[in-house]
Design a binder for this molecule. Structure first.
Ligand code: ADP
Ligand code: MG
Length: 335
């Protein structure tokens, strides 16, 4: 049995703002098995980056816990905490912002390793090695970030992330800032590293089609909560949360006839303010299937099949994009 490497229990991260308490994460239970890549999708502002940063320890939870290798990370101090830092790393969305413009790639890598306690001699050997693993010539150690392309900068960020030989990597929209021609290369690099090293990964994207190519399992986030988790094929064929169906309906399919049949689910209204989430199910004001109970009772995550969970009172009525699209058309016709 494959035990989870990373798990959260009732994880919450709140921010104090001028308008009160913003609930960026508000009760997330998630687990990622060792060696698995979990895709995390959801629209902008749903809390994906906050979850990623909390999972690698760059931010502390407000409530709940992050478990790493079975241990609650909140209790770790000293050597155990240093070891944990080595074992979990983040690859950022924008490689330009993630690299110090005044440092060569070599200096950036050396500093990262020295902070983790590596000796000078070990660092000297390590730097050319990780550059090559990230698909960069060893001679790039002498280059500054502005002297290389965006794709190469993202390779440098990946080199830094793998330099400490981590077990877990959060890749937060790792290709969103890159032009289309380099995206596939960076995705392939991450997949190759994941396989070769048996890495566990959280791959964050606002784009379901990017995740579809990369991840065996997908989690869908809405307003600080995970609303559905399923194996990729299952999620695409039989979504059980209306929000997932809406995201799927926006993914282009090659066949235009099939696309018309499938229908497009246009959600009404804006994403609500995470400072005052709606009562009951947070998705109910925008949901084509919403009924009375949805405004009152927060639906718990329910297990529907092995590896498939969803938080919806009407998950038995979802099952396909078409079903939700039909309900949405019904509402438009009534209104
Ligand atoms: P995503 O990555 O899905 O776009 P984020 O995790 O970046 O979402 O943000 C989730 C919510 O938390 C948003 O409403 C965002 O404005 C808010 N947020 C994120 N970081 C902070 C912060 N440091 N202070 C206040 N609010 C924040
Ligand atoms: Mg983000």
């Amino acid at each position: 049995m494959n035990a989870p490497l990373v798990a959260t229990l009732g994880l919450a991260r709140h921010y104090r703002t001028g308008r009160g308490v913003l609930r960026a994460l508000d009760g997330v239970d998630l687990s990622i098995d060792r060696g698995e890549t979990l895709g995390l999708v959801g629209e902008s502002g749903s809390g994906k980056s906050t979850l990623g940063r909390t999972l690698v320890g760059l931010q502390a939870p407000t409530h709940g816990s992050v478990l790493f290798d079975g241990a609650d990370t909140a209790g770790l101090r000293g050597d155990a905490l240093r070891a944990l830092r080595r074992r979990r790393q983040l690859v950022f969305q924008d490689p330009s912002g993630a690299l110090n413009p005044r440092m060569t790639l070599g200096a950036t890598l050396r500093e990262h390793l020295r902070v983790q306690g590596w000796t000078r001699a070990a660092v000297r050997e390590r730097v050319p090695d990780v550059l090559e693993q990230a698909g960069l010539p060893a001679a790039f150690a002498g280059r500054y970030p502005h002297e290389i392309s965006g794709g190469q900068r993202q390779r440098a960020v990946i080199a830094r992330a793998i330099s400490t030989d981590p077990d877990f990597i959060v890749a937060d929209e790792p290709v969103s800032a890159l032009d289309v021609s380099t995206r596939a290369q960076i995705i392939n690099l991450l997949r190759g590293l994941q396989r070769a090293r048996g890495l566990t990964m959280l791959f964050i994207s606002h784009d379901l089609s990017v995740v579809a190519h990369t991840c065996r399992h997908v989690a869908v986030m809405y307003l600080g909560r995970i609303v559905e988790v399923a194996p990729r094929e299952v999620l695409f064929a039989t979504p059980r949360h209306p929000y997932t169906a809406a995201l799927l309906s926006a993914v282009p399919v090659p066949d235009p006839v099939r696309e018309r049949q499938r229908g497009r689910i246009l959600l009404v209204g804006e994403t609500p303010d995470p400072s005052s989430p709606p009562s009951g199910c947070r998705f109910h004001p925008r949901c084509p299937l919403a009924s009375g109970i949805c405004a009152q009772v927060d639906p718990p995550m329910r297990s529907l099949a092995p590896g498939h969970t969803a938080a919806c009172h009407h998950s038995d009525k979802v099952g396909s994009v078409e079903a939700v699209a039909q309900a949405a058309r019904g509402l438009t016709a009534l209104g």
